[in-house]
Design a protein around this ligand. Structure first.
Ligand SMILES: [Zn+2]
Length: 176
């Protein structure tokens, strides 16, 4: 993979989107593992490109409960809260579980997530700002690269769980 930075125009949206997922995971009391850029090494070798997607890794319940759906919709919900609307492409993976037979309606859940996050807007802003500052200077390929047992998928750690929690759970101004 080439040294790739997140494009500046994309960085702000990604930061807000992933911060929305993170704050909702904490609100819902879901176990979470941090923010990642996930990719398939074979695809990178084939195209030479760092194709992948950003994600906030959480442990979902099985089957999914209301909180899982709210957490999945919280990326789009945070974008709507900050920018007025969300980018369809950036939420494609978030929508997958909504097609389950008992799944709730996507748009309604995004709106519900937005309303919940409204009370945590400062937390999302603080977390997003920390994410932005970090990744203006650190290339994706320089982030710790992790794997999981039984899977070829790789995960670049964009922000550790510890840092995410530190920012969300702090009451004062967090250290940058
Ligand atoms: Zn998302």
């Amino acid at each position: 993979m080439r040294a790739s930075f997140i494009k500046l125009e994309e960085l702000k949206r990604v930061a807000v989107h992933e911060s929305g997922h993170a704050v909702m995971a904490v609100i819902q009391g879901m176990p979470c593992y941090g923010m990642f850029f996930t990719y398939e090494p074979q695809e990178v070798q084939a195209t030479g490109d760092s194709d992948g997607r950003f994600c906030m890794l959480v442990k979902n319940s099985s089957p999914w409960k209301k909180g899982d759906y709210l957490q999945a919709a919280a990326g789009a919900g945070a974008e709507r809260l900050f920018f007025g609307d969300y980018e369809q492409a950036g939420s494609r993976a978030d929508r997958i579980e909504f097609s389950a037979p008992d799944g709730p309606e996507w748009e309604a859940t995004v709106e519900e997530a937005r309303a919940i996050l409204e009370g945590k807007k400062d937390k999302i802003a603080t977390l997003a700002e920390a994410f932005e500052l970090t990744h203006q200077n650190i290339a994706i390929d320089d982030c710790p690269d992790r794997g999981m047992n039984g899977s070829t998928t790789r995960f670049r750690e964009m922000m550790s769980e510890e840092r995410v929690r530190q920012i969300i759970e702090s009451t004062g101004t967090p250290p940058v």
